[in-house]
Design a protein around this ligand. Structure first.
Ligand SMILES: Cc1ncc(C[n+]2csc(CCOP(=O)(O)OP(=O)(O)O)c2C)c(N)n1
Length: 553
Protein backbone atom coordinates (compact mmCIF):
# COMPACT_ATOMS: atom_id res chain seq x y z
CA UNK A 1 0.00 0.00 0.00
CA UNK A 2 1.41 3.42 -0.92
CA UNK A 3 0.91 6.23 1.58
CA UNK A 4 2.20 9.76 2.07
CA UNK A 5 4.61 10.52 4.91
CA UNK A 6 1.82 12.28 6.81
CA UNK A 7 -0.43 9.24 6.42
CA UNK A 8 2.34 6.92 7.55
CA UNK A 9 2.85 9.03 10.66
CA UNK A 10 -0.80 8.81 11.64
CA UNK A 11 -0.97 5.05 10.95
CA UNK A 12 2.19 4.43 12.96
CA UNK A 13 1.05 6.50 15.93
CA UNK A 14 -2.15 4.48 16.07
CA UNK A 15 -0.27 1.20 15.59
CA UNK A 16 1.92 2.06 18.59
CA UNK A 17 -1.10 2.52 20.82
CA UNK A 18 -1.47 6.30 20.71
CA UNK A 19 -5.04 7.50 21.23
CA UNK A 20 -4.38 11.20 21.90
CA UNK A 21 -1.80 13.68 20.65
CA UNK A 22 -1.22 17.22 21.85
CA UNK A 23 0.01 19.98 19.59
CA UNK A 24 -0.32 23.18 17.64
CA UNK A 25 -0.55 23.51 13.84
CA UNK A 26 1.52 25.57 11.43
CA UNK A 27 2.72 25.70 7.84
CA UNK A 28 5.34 22.99 8.19
CA UNK A 29 2.89 20.46 9.65
CA UNK A 30 -0.13 21.24 7.47
CA UNK A 31 -0.02 17.85 5.81
CA UNK A 32 0.07 16.11 9.19
CA UNK A 33 -2.83 18.22 10.43
CA UNK A 34 -4.79 17.43 7.30
CA UNK A 35 -4.42 13.73 8.11
CA UNK A 36 -5.35 14.33 11.75
CA UNK A 37 -8.53 16.00 10.50
CA UNK A 38 -9.38 13.02 8.33
CA UNK A 39 -8.61 10.57 11.15
CA UNK A 40 -10.24 12.50 13.98
CA UNK A 41 -12.30 9.45 14.97
CA UNK A 42 -9.21 7.25 15.35
CA UNK A 43 -6.78 9.71 16.90
CA UNK A 44 -7.77 12.58 19.17
CA UNK A 45 -5.83 15.79 18.78
CA UNK A 46 -5.86 18.37 21.56
CA UNK A 47 -4.79 21.83 20.57
CA UNK A 48 -2.97 23.63 23.37
CA UNK A 49 -2.56 27.38 23.75
CA UNK A 50 1.23 27.17 23.35
CA UNK A 51 3.58 24.39 22.30
CA UNK A 52 5.22 24.38 25.76
CA UNK A 53 1.81 23.62 27.25
CA UNK A 54 1.30 20.87 24.66
CA UNK A 55 4.64 19.29 25.58
CA UNK A 56 3.82 19.39 29.31
CA UNK A 57 0.40 17.89 28.54
CA UNK A 58 2.02 15.03 26.64
CA UNK A 59 4.41 14.60 29.58
CA UNK A 60 1.54 14.50 32.09
CA UNK A 61 -0.33 12.08 29.86
CA UNK A 62 2.71 9.77 29.76
CA UNK A 63 3.22 9.81 33.54
CA UNK A 64 -0.38 8.81 34.20
CA UNK A 65 -0.93 6.38 31.31
CA UNK A 66 2.44 4.59 31.36
CA UNK A 67 2.59 5.10 27.57
CA UNK A 68 4.66 7.61 25.59
CA UNK A 69 3.05 11.04 25.30
CA UNK A 70 3.01 12.50 21.80
CA UNK A 71 3.35 16.18 20.94
CA UNK A 72 3.34 17.79 17.50
CA UNK A 73 4.69 21.24 16.63
CA UNK A 74 5.49 23.15 13.49
CA UNK A 75 9.02 24.17 12.49
CA UNK A 76 10.94 27.18 13.82
CA UNK A 77 9.16 28.83 16.77
CA UNK A 78 6.83 25.84 17.21
CA UNK A 79 9.85 23.59 17.59
CA UNK A 80 11.75 25.95 19.91
CA UNK A 81 8.65 26.32 22.10
CA UNK A 82 8.91 22.58 22.77
CA UNK A 83 12.42 22.80 24.18
CA UNK A 84 11.53 23.35 27.86
CA UNK A 85 8.94 20.56 27.72
CA UNK A 86 11.43 18.14 26.17
CA UNK A 87 14.13 19.04 28.71
CA UNK A 88 11.61 18.59 31.50
CA UNK A 89 10.75 15.09 30.27
CA UNK A 90 14.42 14.26 29.83
CA UNK A 91 15.37 15.12 33.39
CA UNK A 92 12.43 13.17 34.80
CA UNK A 93 12.88 10.17 32.43
CA UNK A 94 9.42 10.55 30.91
CA UNK A 95 8.75 8.80 27.58
CA UNK A 96 7.79 11.46 25.07
CA UNK A 97 7.63 11.45 21.26
CA UNK A 98 8.09 15.01 19.97
CA UNK A 99 7.22 15.41 16.31
CA UNK A 100 8.25 18.58 14.54
CA UNK A 101 7.70 19.65 10.96
CA UNK A 102 10.51 21.29 9.06
CA UNK A 103 10.98 23.09 5.78
CA UNK A 104 11.21 20.93 2.65
CA UNK A 105 14.47 18.99 2.29
CA UNK A 106 15.90 21.26 -0.49
CA UNK A 107 15.39 24.30 1.78
CA UNK A 108 17.15 22.83 4.83
CA UNK A 109 20.24 24.71 5.98
CA UNK A 110 19.37 27.87 4.02
CA UNK A 111 17.86 29.96 6.82
CA UNK A 112 14.50 29.40 5.19
CA UNK A 113 11.37 30.89 6.71
CA UNK A 114 10.70 29.27 10.10
CA UNK A 115 13.65 26.97 9.81
CA UNK A 116 15.66 25.96 12.85
CA UNK A 117 17.96 23.03 13.37
CA UNK A 118 15.79 21.46 16.06
CA UNK A 119 17.82 18.27 15.96
CA UNK A 120 20.92 20.30 16.86
CA UNK A 121 19.09 22.35 19.47
CA UNK A 122 17.67 19.32 21.28
CA UNK A 123 20.73 17.09 20.99
CA UNK A 124 21.52 17.18 24.69
CA UNK A 125 17.98 16.86 26.02
CA UNK A 126 16.71 13.78 24.19
CA UNK A 127 17.52 10.10 24.35
CA UNK A 128 17.77 10.25 20.59
CA UNK A 129 16.59 12.44 17.73
CA UNK A 130 16.02 11.88 14.03
CA UNK A 131 15.63 14.04 10.97
CA UNK A 132 13.85 12.02 8.29
CA UNK A 133 15.10 12.99 4.83
CA UNK A 134 13.57 10.09 2.87
CA UNK A 135 9.96 9.06 3.25
CA UNK A 136 10.83 5.37 3.12
CA UNK A 137 12.75 5.78 6.40
CA UNK A 138 9.76 7.16 8.26
CA UNK A 139 8.06 3.93 9.27
CA UNK A 140 11.17 2.41 10.82
CA UNK A 141 12.17 5.70 12.48
CA UNK A 142 8.80 5.94 14.25
CA UNK A 143 9.05 2.32 15.34
CA UNK A 144 12.55 2.91 16.74
CA UNK A 145 11.44 6.12 18.43
CA UNK A 146 8.71 4.35 20.39
CA UNK A 147 11.08 1.53 21.35
CA UNK A 148 13.76 3.98 22.49
CA UNK A 149 11.40 6.19 24.49
CA UNK A 150 10.09 3.24 26.51
CA UNK A 151 13.16 1.04 26.89
CA UNK A 152 15.81 1.09 29.59
CA UNK A 153 15.75 4.48 31.25
CA UNK A 154 12.79 6.15 29.59
CA UNK A 155 12.94 9.56 27.96
CA UNK A 156 12.04 11.86 25.10
CA UNK A 157 12.76 11.16 21.41
CA UNK A 158 12.33 13.78 18.71
CA UNK A 159 11.42 13.13 15.07
CA UNK A 160 11.86 16.07 12.68
CA UNK A 161 9.91 15.53 9.46
CA UNK A 162 10.51 18.01 6.60
CA UNK A 163 7.42 19.08 4.70
CA UNK A 164 8.54 17.38 1.48
CA UNK A 165 8.78 14.07 3.36
CA UNK A 166 5.24 14.49 4.69
CA UNK A 167 4.03 14.88 1.10
CA UNK A 168 6.16 12.17 -0.53
CA UNK A 169 4.76 8.67 -1.00
CA UNK A 170 6.18 5.25 -0.42
CA UNK A 171 5.16 1.68 0.28
CA UNK A 172 3.87 1.22 3.84
CA UNK A 173 4.16 -2.19 5.51
CA UNK A 174 2.37 -1.52 8.80
CA UNK A 175 4.34 -4.23 10.59
CA UNK A 176 7.82 -2.82 10.94
CA UNK A 177 9.72 -4.17 13.96
CA UNK A 178 12.30 -2.39 16.03
CA UNK A 179 15.96 -3.34 15.61
CA UNK A 180 16.68 -1.83 18.97
CA UNK A 181 17.58 -4.53 21.44
CA UNK A 182 18.40 -3.31 24.93
CA UNK A 183 21.64 -4.76 26.18
CA UNK A 184 21.08 -7.86 28.26
CA UNK A 185 22.47 -7.23 31.71
CA UNK A 186 23.16 -9.93 34.23
CA UNK A 187 23.07 -8.17 37.56
CA UNK A 188 25.74 -9.15 40.03
CA UNK A 189 24.01 -9.67 43.35
CA UNK A 190 26.42 -11.55 45.59
CA UNK A 191 27.90 -8.48 47.25
CA UNK A 192 24.46 -6.96 47.67
CA UNK A 193 23.20 -10.13 49.41
CA UNK A 194 26.11 -10.11 51.83
CA UNK A 195 25.70 -6.43 52.69
CA UNK A 196 21.98 -6.79 53.25
CA UNK A 197 22.35 -9.92 55.36
CA UNK A 198 24.84 -8.31 57.71
CA UNK A 199 23.23 -4.88 58.13
CA UNK A 200 21.40 -3.79 61.28
CA UNK A 201 19.90 -0.48 60.30
CA UNK A 202 18.70 -0.81 56.68
CA UNK A 203 17.06 2.05 54.79
CA UNK A 204 15.40 1.71 51.41
CA UNK A 205 15.58 4.81 49.25
CA UNK A 206 13.34 4.64 46.25
CA UNK A 207 12.88 6.91 43.27
CA UNK A 208 10.98 7.25 40.02
CA UNK A 209 12.77 4.21 38.61
CA UNK A 210 10.67 2.04 40.93
CA UNK A 211 7.46 3.31 39.34
CA UNK A 212 8.84 3.02 35.79
CA UNK A 213 9.85 -0.60 36.48
CA UNK A 214 6.54 -1.45 38.20
CA UNK A 215 8.55 -2.58 41.20
CA UNK A 216 6.34 -1.02 43.91
CA UNK A 217 5.20 -4.35 45.40
CA UNK A 218 8.73 -5.70 45.51
CA UNK A 219 9.95 -2.63 47.40
CA UNK A 220 7.16 -3.05 49.94
CA UNK A 221 7.97 -6.73 50.39
CA UNK A 222 11.65 -5.94 50.84
CA UNK A 223 10.77 -3.38 53.48
CA UNK A 224 8.60 -5.90 55.34
CA UNK A 225 11.23 -8.61 55.05
CA UNK A 226 14.00 -6.41 56.47
CA UNK A 227 11.89 -4.22 58.76
CA UNK A 228 13.46 -1.41 56.76
CA UNK A 229 11.94 2.07 56.52
CA UNK A 230 11.44 3.59 53.08
CA UNK A 231 12.48 7.10 52.13
CA UNK A 232 11.38 8.51 48.80
CA UNK A 233 12.78 10.92 46.28
CA UNK A 234 10.33 13.42 44.81
CA UNK A 235 9.96 11.31 41.67
CA UNK A 236 9.39 8.21 43.76
CA UNK A 237 6.85 9.76 46.08
CA UNK A 238 3.83 7.80 44.88
CA UNK A 239 5.56 4.41 44.78
CA UNK A 240 4.58 3.44 48.33
CA UNK A 241 1.24 4.23 50.01
CA UNK A 242 1.50 7.04 52.50
CA UNK A 243 -0.43 4.88 54.96
CA UNK A 244 2.31 2.21 55.08
CA UNK A 245 3.77 2.61 58.60
CA UNK A 246 7.42 2.39 57.50
CA UNK A 247 6.95 4.95 54.73
CA UNK A 248 8.89 7.99 55.95
CA UNK A 249 8.06 10.20 52.97
CA UNK A 250 10.37 12.37 50.95
CA UNK A 251 13.95 12.88 52.08
CA UNK A 252 16.42 15.61 51.22
CA UNK A 253 16.34 19.40 51.27
CA UNK A 254 12.63 19.74 52.06
CA UNK A 255 12.04 16.14 53.03
CA UNK A 256 10.44 14.88 56.20
CA UNK A 257 12.48 14.94 59.36
CA UNK A 258 12.20 11.18 59.96
CA UNK A 259 13.16 10.35 56.40
CA UNK A 260 16.35 12.39 56.44
CA UNK A 261 17.37 11.44 60.00
CA UNK A 262 16.81 7.72 59.40
CA UNK A 263 18.90 7.95 56.24
CA UNK A 264 21.75 9.54 58.15
CA UNK A 265 21.64 6.88 60.90
CA UNK A 266 21.33 3.86 58.59
CA UNK A 267 24.23 1.45 58.14
CA UNK A 268 22.94 0.28 54.76
CA UNK A 269 21.05 2.14 52.06
CA UNK A 270 19.38 0.14 49.31
CA UNK A 271 18.80 2.80 46.66
CA UNK A 272 16.45 1.78 43.87
CA UNK A 273 15.87 3.83 40.70
CA UNK A 274 17.25 7.07 42.09
CA UNK A 275 19.90 9.41 40.73
CA UNK A 276 21.05 11.09 43.93
CA UNK A 277 20.23 14.65 42.91
CA UNK A 278 21.97 17.36 44.93
CA UNK A 279 18.58 18.38 46.34
CA UNK A 280 18.27 14.87 47.78
CA UNK A 281 21.80 14.37 49.08
CA UNK A 282 23.14 17.74 50.23
CA UNK A 283 26.70 17.34 51.48
CA UNK A 284 27.92 14.20 49.75
CA UNK A 285 30.58 13.28 52.27
CA UNK A 286 28.21 13.42 55.19
CA UNK A 287 25.48 11.71 53.18
CA UNK A 288 27.14 8.32 52.95
CA UNK A 289 29.42 8.62 55.98
CA UNK A 290 27.81 5.92 58.08
CA UNK A 291 26.35 3.63 55.46
CA UNK A 292 27.16 1.22 52.72
CA UNK A 293 25.17 1.92 49.57
CA UNK A 294 23.69 -0.70 47.29
CA UNK A 295 22.58 1.21 44.19
CA UNK A 296 20.16 -0.55 41.83
CA UNK A 297 19.47 1.23 38.52
CA UNK A 298 18.64 0.39 34.91
CA UNK A 299 20.96 3.14 33.68
CA UNK A 300 24.56 2.03 34.07
CA UNK A 301 25.73 5.64 33.71
CA UNK A 302 23.97 6.56 36.96
CA UNK A 303 25.96 4.05 39.01
CA UNK A 304 28.81 5.86 40.66
CA UNK A 305 27.92 9.17 38.96
CA UNK A 306 26.84 11.27 41.92
CA UNK A 307 27.96 9.17 44.84
CA UNK A 308 30.74 6.64 44.81
CA UNK A 309 28.41 3.65 45.12
CA UNK A 310 29.99 0.91 47.04
CA UNK A 311 27.88 -1.85 45.51
CA UNK A 312 26.51 -1.27 42.03
CA UNK A 313 23.72 -3.39 40.60
CA UNK A 314 22.63 -2.60 37.06
CA UNK A 315 19.35 -3.87 35.68
CA UNK A 316 15.59 -3.91 35.92
CA UNK A 317 14.51 -3.03 39.46
CA UNK A 318 11.58 -5.46 39.52
CA UNK A 319 13.71 -8.43 38.49
CA UNK A 320 16.55 -7.56 40.82
CA UNK A 321 14.31 -7.08 43.83
CA UNK A 322 12.48 -10.35 43.09
CA UNK A 323 15.79 -12.18 43.10
CA UNK A 324 16.80 -10.56 46.37
CA UNK A 325 13.44 -11.50 47.87
CA UNK A 326 13.86 -15.14 46.79
CA UNK A 327 16.87 -15.52 49.04
CA UNK A 328 16.77 -13.01 51.84
CA UNK A 329 15.68 -14.29 55.24
CA UNK A 330 13.26 -12.30 57.41
CA UNK A 331 15.00 -9.82 59.70
CA UNK A 332 13.69 -8.09 62.80
CA UNK A 333 15.36 -4.84 63.72
CA UNK A 334 13.28 -3.95 66.74
CA UNK A 335 15.49 -1.16 68.12
CA UNK A 336 15.83 0.39 64.68
CA UNK A 337 12.09 0.37 63.95
CA UNK A 338 11.39 1.78 67.39
CA UNK A 339 13.65 4.77 66.71
CA UNK A 340 12.04 5.23 63.31
CA UNK A 341 8.56 5.45 64.79
CA UNK A 342 9.83 7.96 67.36
CA UNK A 343 11.36 10.18 64.65
CA UNK A 344 8.14 9.95 62.69
CA UNK A 345 6.28 11.65 65.54
CA UNK A 346 8.26 14.84 64.83
CA UNK A 347 6.64 15.06 61.41
CA UNK A 348 3.13 15.34 62.83
CA UNK A 349 1.59 18.80 62.79
CA UNK A 350 -0.57 19.80 65.77
CA UNK A 351 -2.28 22.92 64.46
CA UNK A 352 -5.07 21.72 62.25
CA UNK A 353 -7.24 24.82 62.21
CA UNK A 354 -5.29 27.74 60.73
CA UNK A 355 -5.30 28.59 57.06
CA UNK A 356 -1.83 27.20 56.48
CA UNK A 357 -0.62 25.51 53.28
CA UNK A 358 -0.48 22.12 55.03
CA UNK A 359 -4.08 22.43 56.21
CA UNK A 360 -5.25 23.65 52.80
CA UNK A 361 -3.73 20.57 51.20
CA UNK A 362 -5.23 18.33 53.90
CA UNK A 363 -8.65 19.87 53.31
CA UNK A 364 -8.48 19.40 49.53
CA UNK A 365 -7.39 15.79 50.04
CA UNK A 366 -10.62 15.06 51.93
CA UNK A 367 -12.46 15.62 48.66
CA UNK A 368 -10.11 13.52 46.52
CA UNK A 369 -10.13 9.82 45.71
CA UNK A 370 -7.00 7.70 46.15
CA UNK A 371 -6.49 7.71 42.38
CA UNK A 372 -7.07 11.44 41.85
CA UNK A 373 -4.26 12.84 39.75
CA UNK A 374 -2.47 15.74 41.45
CA UNK A 375 -0.25 18.12 39.50
CA UNK A 376 1.95 20.88 40.88
CA UNK A 377 3.96 23.80 39.65
CA UNK A 378 7.31 24.71 41.16
CA UNK A 379 8.07 26.53 44.36
CA UNK A 380 7.01 26.39 47.99
CA UNK A 381 3.54 25.10 47.11
CA UNK A 382 5.19 22.16 45.34
CA UNK A 383 7.21 21.24 48.41
CA UNK A 384 4.16 21.58 50.65
CA UNK A 385 2.32 19.10 48.41
CA UNK A 386 5.26 16.70 48.66
CA UNK A 387 5.18 17.01 52.45
CA UNK A 388 1.45 17.04 53.16
CA UNK A 389 -0.47 15.29 50.39
CA UNK A 390 -0.89 11.64 51.39
CA UNK A 391 -0.37 9.87 48.07
CA UNK A 392 -1.65 6.31 48.06
CA UNK A 393 -1.26 5.18 44.45
CA UNK A 394 1.52 5.27 41.85
CA UNK A 395 1.20 7.59 38.85
CA UNK A 396 -1.00 10.10 40.65
CA UNK A 397 1.61 12.87 40.98
CA UNK A 398 2.71 15.13 38.14
CA UNK A 399 5.54 17.40 39.16
CA UNK A 400 8.66 18.78 37.58
CA UNK A 401 11.36 17.07 39.59
CA UNK A 402 14.63 17.48 37.74
CA UNK A 403 14.23 20.70 35.76
CA UNK A 404 12.01 22.51 38.28
CA UNK A 405 9.89 24.10 35.57
CA UNK A 406 7.57 26.89 36.72
CA UNK A 407 4.60 26.77 34.37
CA UNK A 408 4.62 22.98 34.11
CA UNK A 409 1.53 22.33 36.19
CA UNK A 410 -1.49 23.36 34.13
CA UNK A 411 -0.30 21.65 30.96
CA UNK A 412 0.59 18.51 32.91
CA UNK A 413 -2.79 18.54 34.65
CA UNK A 414 -4.50 18.69 31.25
CA UNK A 415 -2.53 15.66 30.04
CA UNK A 416 -3.12 13.80 33.30
CA UNK A 417 -6.83 14.54 33.21
CA UNK A 418 -7.11 13.28 29.63
CA UNK A 419 -5.13 10.14 30.47
CA UNK A 420 -7.44 9.40 33.38
CA UNK A 421 -10.47 9.67 31.05
CA UNK A 422 -11.51 13.10 32.22
CA UNK A 423 -11.61 12.23 35.92
CA UNK A 424 -11.39 15.11 38.37
CA UNK A 425 -7.79 16.33 38.58
CA UNK A 426 -6.21 18.76 41.01
CA UNK A 427 -3.51 21.34 40.33
CA UNK A 428 -1.69 23.04 43.20
CA UNK A 429 0.05 26.13 41.91
CA UNK A 430 1.62 29.40 42.99
CA UNK A 431 0.86 32.87 41.64
CA UNK A 432 4.27 33.09 39.96
CA UNK A 433 4.12 29.68 38.29
CA UNK A 434 0.49 29.99 37.28
CA UNK A 435 1.22 33.37 35.70
CA UNK A 436 3.72 31.73 33.37
CA UNK A 437 1.44 29.44 31.37
CA UNK A 438 -2.10 30.22 32.47
CA UNK A 439 -3.07 30.53 28.82
CA UNK A 440 -3.69 26.76 28.98
CA UNK A 441 -6.91 27.58 30.86
CA UNK A 442 -8.28 28.06 27.36
CA UNK A 443 -7.42 24.44 26.54
CA UNK A 444 -8.91 23.06 29.73
CA UNK A 445 -12.11 25.04 29.10
CA UNK A 446 -12.51 24.00 25.47
CA UNK A 447 -11.81 20.36 26.33
CA UNK A 448 -14.21 20.58 29.31
CA UNK A 449 -11.65 19.16 31.70
CA UNK A 450 -12.65 19.15 35.39
CA UNK A 451 -9.41 20.50 36.82
CA UNK A 452 -9.61 21.95 40.31
CA UNK A 453 -6.92 24.62 40.53
CA UNK A 454 -5.79 25.48 44.05
CA UNK A 455 -3.81 28.67 43.63
CA UNK A 456 -1.75 29.43 46.72
CA UNK A 457 -1.42 33.16 46.32
CA UNK A 458 1.22 34.64 48.58
CA UNK A 459 1.88 37.58 46.23
CA UNK A 460 5.56 36.65 46.01
CA UNK A 461 7.92 34.19 44.39
CA UNK A 462 7.80 32.34 47.65
CA UNK A 463 10.59 29.82 47.30
CA UNK A 464 13.14 32.34 46.08
CA UNK A 465 12.02 34.77 48.75
CA UNK A 466 12.53 32.05 51.38
CA UNK A 467 16.15 31.73 50.27
CA UNK A 468 16.54 35.52 50.34
CA UNK A 469 15.09 35.49 53.84
CA UNK A 470 17.39 32.76 55.09
CA UNK A 471 20.58 33.29 53.12
CA UNK A 472 20.51 36.89 51.77
CA UNK A 473 19.56 38.84 54.91
CA UNK A 474 16.00 39.54 53.71
CA UNK A 475 17.06 41.46 50.61
CA UNK A 476 13.98 40.60 48.58
CA UNK A 477 15.32 41.44 45.15
CA UNK A 478 12.54 41.10 42.51
CA UNK A 479 10.51 38.53 44.36
CA UNK A 480 7.65 40.76 45.50
CA UNK A 481 5.51 40.74 42.40
CA UNK A 482 3.22 43.67 43.25
CA UNK A 483 0.82 42.58 40.55
CA UNK A 484 -2.84 43.36 40.54
CA UNK A 485 -3.93 40.29 38.60
CA UNK A 486 -7.47 39.29 39.51
CA UNK A 487 -7.10 35.54 39.07
CA UNK A 488 -10.78 34.76 39.53
CA UNK A 489 -11.81 37.34 36.93
CA UNK A 490 -9.12 35.96 34.67
CA UNK A 491 -10.45 32.42 35.04
CA UNK A 492 -13.89 33.74 34.17
CA UNK A 493 -12.51 35.56 31.14
CA UNK A 494 -11.21 32.23 29.87
CA UNK A 495 -14.68 30.71 30.31
CA UNK A 496 -13.87 28.90 33.57
CA UNK A 497 -15.12 29.77 37.04
CA UNK A 498 -13.54 30.41 40.43
CA UNK A 499 -13.59 32.11 43.78
CA UNK A 500 -11.28 33.40 46.50
CA UNK A 501 -11.11 31.99 50.03
CA UNK A 502 -9.18 32.95 53.13
CA UNK A 503 -10.23 30.33 55.67
CA UNK A 504 -10.42 26.55 55.88
CA UNK A 505 -14.12 26.85 56.58
CA UNK A 506 -14.68 28.78 53.34
CA UNK A 507 -12.49 26.37 51.37
CA UNK A 508 -14.45 23.41 52.68
CA UNK A 509 -17.70 25.17 51.81
CA UNK A 510 -16.59 25.68 48.20
CA UNK A 511 -15.42 22.09 47.84
CA UNK A 512 -18.61 20.74 49.42
CA UNK A 513 -20.77 22.64 47.01
CA UNK A 514 -18.97 20.68 44.29
CA UNK A 515 -16.82 21.94 41.47
CA UNK A 516 -18.17 21.83 37.92
CA UNK A 517 -17.65 18.58 36.04
CA UNK A 518 -17.36 20.18 32.66
CA UNK A 519 -14.46 22.54 33.09
CA UNK A 520 -11.74 23.96 35.32
CA UNK A 521 -12.49 25.73 38.57
CA UNK A 522 -10.00 28.01 40.29
CA UNK A 523 -9.89 28.47 44.06
CA UNK A 524 -7.54 31.26 45.02
CA UNK A 525 -6.27 30.74 48.56
CA UNK A 526 -4.73 33.91 49.96
CA UNK A 527 -1.83 32.77 52.11
CA UNK A 528 0.80 34.48 54.21
CA UNK A 529 3.81 35.66 52.21
CA UNK A 530 6.06 34.69 55.13
CA UNK A 531 4.94 31.06 55.29
CA UNK A 532 8.05 28.91 54.93
CA UNK A 533 8.80 25.37 53.89
CA UNK A 534 10.30 23.44 56.79
CA UNK A 535 12.09 21.15 57.37
CA UNK A 536 14.92 22.52 55.32
CA UNK A 537 18.47 21.29 54.98
CA UNK A 538 20.45 24.26 53.60
CA UNK A 539 21.95 23.68 50.14
CA UNK A 540 25.09 21.57 50.38
CA UNK A 541 24.37 20.89 54.06
CA UNK A 542 23.73 17.73 55.97
CA UNK A 543 21.03 16.51 58.29
CA UNK A 544 22.99 18.00 61.22
CA UNK A 545 21.98 21.43 59.93
CA UNK A 546 18.30 20.59 59.45
CA UNK A 547 16.02 23.53 60.24
CA UNK A 548 12.59 22.73 61.54
CA UNK A 549 11.21 26.26 61.63
CA UNK A 550 9.69 28.04 64.62
CA UNK A 551 12.13 28.75 67.41
CA UNK A 552 15.17 27.21 65.72
CA UNK A 553 15.14 29.85 62.96
C1 LIG B 1 10.81 28.81 34.47
C2 LIG B 1 11.40 29.08 35.82
N1 LIG B 1 11.89 30.30 36.11
C3 LIG B 1 12.43 30.56 37.33
C4 LIG B 1 12.51 29.57 38.28
C5 LIG B 1 13.13 29.85 39.65
N2 LIG B 1 12.13 29.69 40.71
C6 LIG B 1 12.01 28.57 41.46
S1 LIG B 1 10.77 28.61 42.54
C7 LIG B 1 10.36 30.17 42.10
C8 LIG B 1 9.21 30.90 42.76
C9 LIG B 1 7.90 30.25 42.47
O1 LIG B 1 6.87 31.12 42.84
P1 LIG B 1 5.38 30.66 42.89
O2 LIG B 1 5.03 29.93 41.65
O3 LIG B 1 4.54 31.84 43.19
O4 LIG B 1 5.34 29.61 44.05
P2 LIG B 1 5.63 29.77 45.61
O5 LIG B 1 7.08 29.47 45.81
O6 LIG B 1 5.27 31.16 46.02
O7 LIG B 1 4.75 28.73 46.21
C10 LIG B 1 11.22 30.64 41.10
C11 LIG B 1 11.18 31.99 40.51
C12 LIG B 1 12.01 28.30 37.92
N3 LIG B 1 12.06 27.26 38.74
N4 LIG B 1 11.44 28.09 36.71
Amino acid sequence: MTLTGAQILVEELIRHGTDTVFGYPGGAVLDIYDELYKNAKRLRHIIAAHEQGAAHAADGYARVSDKPGVVIATSGPGATNLVTGIANAYLDSVPLIAITGNVAVPLLGKDSFQEVDVVGITQLIVKHNFIVREVNELESVITEAFALAMSGRRGPVLIDIPKSVQKARCEYSGNCRSFYAPRQIKPELDQAFEAIKSCRRPYIYCGGGVIAAHAEKEVLKLSERLSAPIGLSMMGLTAIPNSYPLNLGMCGMHGKYASSVAQSEADLMIAVGVRFSDRATGNLEEYTKKCTVVHIDIDEAELGKNIPSIIEVCGDAKQILSRLLDELPKKENTEWTKSILEWKKKDVCDDLTSFTPGNIIGCVKEFCKPDTVVATDVGQHQMWVMQYYPFEKPRTLLTSGGLGTMGYGLGAAIGGCVASSGAETVLFTGDGSFGMNLNELATAVSQRLPILIILMNNGVLGMVRQWQDMFYEKRYSSTTLGRKTDFVALAKAFGADGCTVDSLHALRGVLESGIPHDGPFLVECKIDMDAKVFPMIPPGGSVKEIRLGGEDR
